[in-house]
Design a protein around this ligand. Structure first.
Ligand SMILES: CC(C)(COP(=O)(O)OP(=O)(O)OC[C@H]1O[C@@H](n2cnc3c(N)ncnc32)[C@H](O)[C@@H]1OP(=O)(O)O)[C@@H](O)C(=O)NCCC(=O)NCCS
Length: 113
């Protein structure tokens, strides 16, 4: 799955670069959307995000591409490799794991494909 984000003035820190918290929210959201498509009807929450390292700064007006693909399916969880790109330059990547939970927040087995 892929989507795009336009980096706007409200996304910047006071030095004029993209604030990392916004990027993490966009990464988390895309992983959730990819998982929700893969497991329709399941309630999914993020349990973990692997390495978080911001190695390239991003300026206002940048169009970021965010890409997610599934890397693992376990009993109650599934993991997604998520990356963010500025043109052909990868500016961020991590792995996000989501767990299926019930209405009370208890983990549940994912449906078997
Ligand atoms: C999701 C939750 C119910 C899981 O309960 P838990 O007791 O941690 O469950 P477990 O340790 O048995 O882990 C459940 C699954 O998640 C995986 N997991 C747990 N911690 C993980 C981590 N840090 N990174 C990656 N995967 C992880 C386990 O490998 C397991 O996968 P599997 O069933 O596919 O083999 C619980 O952690 C929780 O409520 N977390 C808060 C979720 C939330 O609200 N997220 C939004 C952000 S605050």
């Amino acid at each position: 799955m892929e989507n795009h984000r336009l980096v706007l003035p409200e996304h910047m820190n006071h030095y004029g670069f993209l604030f990392g918290g916004y990027l993490l929210a966009w990464v988390d959201e895309l992983a959730w959307m990819a998982a929700s498509r893969d497991f329709p009807g399941c309630q999914l929450v993020t349990v973990g995000m692997k390495e978080v390292a911001f190695k390239k700064s991003v300026r206002e007006g940048t169009i970021l591409s965010l890409r997610a693909h599934r890397t693992r399916v376990g009993d109650t969880s599934a993991s997604y490799a998520v990356s963010a790109w500025k043109d052909d330059l990868e500016i961020f990547s991590t792995e996000v794991t989501l767990v299926r939970v019930d209405e009370e927040g208890r983990k549940q087995s994912l449906p078997k494909g």
